[in-house]
Design a binder for this molecule. Structure first.
Ligand SMILES: [Zn+2]
Length: 359
């Protein structure tokens, strides 16, 4: 108990220091830089306990960890983008999905697309969401039986599973293993939504036998024809994280799906020159805590903030926090557990820096 208290105190000291260092200046109106430039240029996460702030399409997060570029059952793609970062719960989930799918579903391994930038926030290119560390894209292409080179990971393009004229799945590319992989992803309670192309949703609606309850989480959306998108819910301790609306009951194989196959929805972009949200979003549009996230120190290296496998979620976070404050000694193992993002009570007794308006 004593060590726990001591550790909480040490953490508090680090965090107070972090706040002092953040020294956020109120930006001049009109001269405010775009949030995508500020977040898009961060190379490392904010060395703070893991918390998501705001919404999937308007927010940021602290305490990010990176998934290693290579694991036994995954390889990360497009490494130059530096989007292998997520809330530790998201990274742990990807690792678990990759392992379960390989062991139980005949899926040899995952090719990982974008997760988040190190501190989340709007991106310089692509994606409206992926801003709070709780979204991840996974390719429908299975991992090959060899290690892809860095240049292959930049350049290989994935096979679309959907015919762009008919919006139906191309049957020669679709396999039962694709359905098993999606079912596996939907099986985890923390996964709230999986986005797939409407053609893929339709295929599932037409072919899934037996338990169809998991189809509720699988939602049709534009794109998502060569990858699917997993979204987990706000995590314990992230009080500033805005929950998304619940999915409607039922398997979703109804009028709401049929709508996608009418003429009209396939012209979503009425005005292609209109600016996207990320191109106008400023810091003042994001939750106020995102300034603290942006200003917080980094861990000493990418390695210090890289996820190290199952059971190591807490350690990763401790390492992130630890490497930011060299005066902080190695936490005892029981304190590492207390830094685990999965424990609902975690963080409740640790004073976190709060936003204070500048004088
Ligand atoms: Zn996505």
């Amino acid at each position: 108990m004593m060590t726990l208290l001591k550790s909480a105190l040490k953490l508090a000291v680090v965090l107070v220091a972090v706040f002092a260092m953040s020294g956020v200046e109120a930006p001049h109106a009109g001269a405010e830089e775009l949030a995508k430039n500020l977040f898009g240029n961060k190379k490392l996460p904010a060395a703070l306990p893991p918390k998501s702030y705001g919404f999937y399409s308007k927010g940021c997060f602290a305490g990010g960890v990176a998934i290693p570029t290579d694991g036994p059952t995954w390889q990360a793609m497009r490494l130059s983008r530096n989007r292998r970062w997520g809330h530790p719960a998201m990274i742990a989930l990807i690792e678990k999905l990759s392992r379960d799918a390989a062991e139980k579903d005949g899926w040899p391994g995952l090719l990982l697309g974008d997760i988040s930038q190190p501190r989340g926030g709007p991106m310089l290119t692509g994606h409206a969401s992926h801003q709070i560390g709780l979204d991840a894209d996974i390719w429908f292409t299975p991992m090959p039986d060899r290690t892809l080179s860095a240049s292959e990971r930049e350049n290989i393009s994935a096979q679309s599973l959907v015919d762009e004229k008919t919006h139906r799945v191309i049957d020669r590319y679709w396999t039962p293993a694709h359905a098993r992989l999606l079912k596996r992803a939907a099986s985890y309670p923390e996964v709230e939504r999986i986005l797939v192309n409407p053609g893929i949703k339709k295929k599932l609606c037409e072919t899934v036998k037996g338990d169809r309850s998991w189809l509720r989480k699988v939602r049709p959306f534009w794109g998502h024809d060569y990858h699917f998108h997993i979204r987990i819910g706000c995590q314990p301790g992230s009080t500033g994280c805005k929950e998304q609306a619940e999915t409607t009951p039922g398997d979703g194989c109804d009028k709401s799906l049929a709508w996608w196959f009418t003429e009209e929805p396939w012209r979503p972009n009425q005005n292609p020159d209109a600016p996207k949200a990320r191109d106008v979003m400023k810091m003042s549009n994001l939750p106020k805590e995102c300034r603290i996230v942006l200003a917080a120190p980094s861990p000493e290296s990418e390695m210090a903030a890289t996820f190290r496998g199952p059971g190591d979620r807490g350690t990763s976070i401790a390492a992130v926090i630890q490497s930011a404050g060299s005066a902080v000694p190695e936490p005892a193992p029981q304190d590492v557990v207390s830094a685990n993002a999965f424990l609902p009570a975690q963080g409740a007794n640790v004073p976190l820096p709060e936003w204070r308006p500048q004088k």
